[in-house]
Design a protein around this ligand. Structure first.
Ligand SMILES: [Ca+2]
Ligand SMILES: [Ca+2]
Ligand SMILES: [Ca+2]
Length: 343
């Protein structure tokens, strides 16, 4: 057995969040797989910012890495020993660094708080940014009474190539994976990292320009019409934006003039409802009445989306809220489109 050169940042990343205001606040709303995808994106964004290569998720180690996070939840918050780490990592691994964290509130909306905690600690940040890693093993565990437990093991290995499930690697095991596969099969998306296009970036927010591209492909819009917005001339999405405008799905972003489209602005869930209601020709408001969209200019379209079975809400299992001001992620977008188009 070749000894690992181990860089372990032992600063204890424990965070005791204030007692949750209600049972719902402490209930997990994302899956461990989504938490791990979120961490992978944030790790790679941080690496890209310093010119370090992207890390590949060691997806065949996920089960064992999750098992370590789970072990910590029921035993002791500590790093793996060398032999425990060897058991998790693939054959051929020869160097590794490890970050572990615990956050006591299971109701985190995504991984941001834990990633920010890592980046704020020099040893953990060094592990995330170190240039010679090539892979990362990620494992999250959540328990509503204990919170989130996270293990990140960065490593390099000889003769190793992890397998991915389906079209994209970064959505493996996510609750959105089936819908992402559906919209990929329908030609609505090709991924977020051309030309490789093996990632979907399910946690990235959707911009209005990207939204136009998704809808143009989803609805096979071809007529560019005569509307020419002044602020999309350099956007790769200008043709899609004009097709969307010609189809009456958007009027612009600066009423009443509406000579601009704001292609780089992120789409909120409320705006998404308006786009989809128009794109799909929805009109039935049904009987679902979310409590957090009163006064929203998009309430009618939100109710149409619910009546059409395209959304159930944003706070399962209660689902009495829609979160109209939250930004739409690409994963949510895939689910909305797959349901809206009956894919
Ligand atoms: Ca996949
Ligand atoms: Ca234009
Ligand atoms: Ca309402």
């Amino acid at each position: 057995m070749r000894p690992l050169s181990v860089v372990v940042a032992l600063a204890a990343l424990l965070s005791f969040a204030p007692a949750p205001p209600s049972a719902v606040a402490g209930t997990a709303t994302v899956t461990p797989a989504e938490f791990e995808s979120c961490l992978l994106e944030k790790i790679n964004d941080a690496r890209a910012a310093v010119g370090a290569r992207r890390l590949i998720m060691a997806s065949d180690t996920t089960g064992d890495t999750r098992a370590w996070s789970r072990w910590m939840a029921y035993n002791t918050f500590r790093h793996t020993t060398t032999s425990e780490r060897y058991a998790i990592l693939p054959d051929g691994a020869f160097t590794a660094g490890e970050n572990i964290a615990w956050w006591s509130d299971a109701g985190l909306p995504d991984c941001s708080k834990i990633h920010t905690m890592f980046i704020g600690s020099s040893g953990h940040k060094a592990n995330i940014l170190k240039s010679n890693w090539r892979y990362v093993a990620l494992g999250a565990y959540v328990d509503n009474s204990k919170g989130w437990w996270v293990t990140e093991i960065f490593f390099d290995a000889n003769g190793y190539s992890p397998e991915c499930d389906g079209t994209f690697c970064d959505d493996d095991g996510s609750m959105f994976e089936a819908d992402i596969e559906k919209i990929a099969a329908a030609g609505i998306t090709t991924g977020c990292n051309p030309p490789t296009s093996d990632r979907f970036c399910l946690y990235d927010h959707v911009t209005r320009g990207q939204m136009a591209a998704f809808l143009t492909r989803a609805l096979n819009l071809s007529d560019r019409g005569s509307i020419d917005f002044t602020d999309d001339d350099n956007s790769p999405f200008e043709a899609d934006i004009e097709r969307m405008a010609a189809a009456g799905i958007t009027k612009g972003c600066n009423p009443p003039t509406n000579d601009r489209f704001c292609p780089d602005q992120r789409v909120t869930r409320g705006q998404m409802a308006a786009f989809l209601a128009r794109a799909l020709g929805l009109s039935d408001r049904g009987s679902v009445d979310f409590v957090d969209d009163e006064g929203s200019v998009h309430e009618a379209e939100i109710e149409m989306m619910a009546a059409a079975g395209i959304t159930m809400g944003c706070n399962p299992p209660a689902n009495d809220r829609f979160c109209p001001n939250d930004y739409v992620t690409r994963g949510q977008m895939a689910a909305f489109l797959a349901r809206g188009l009956d894919l």
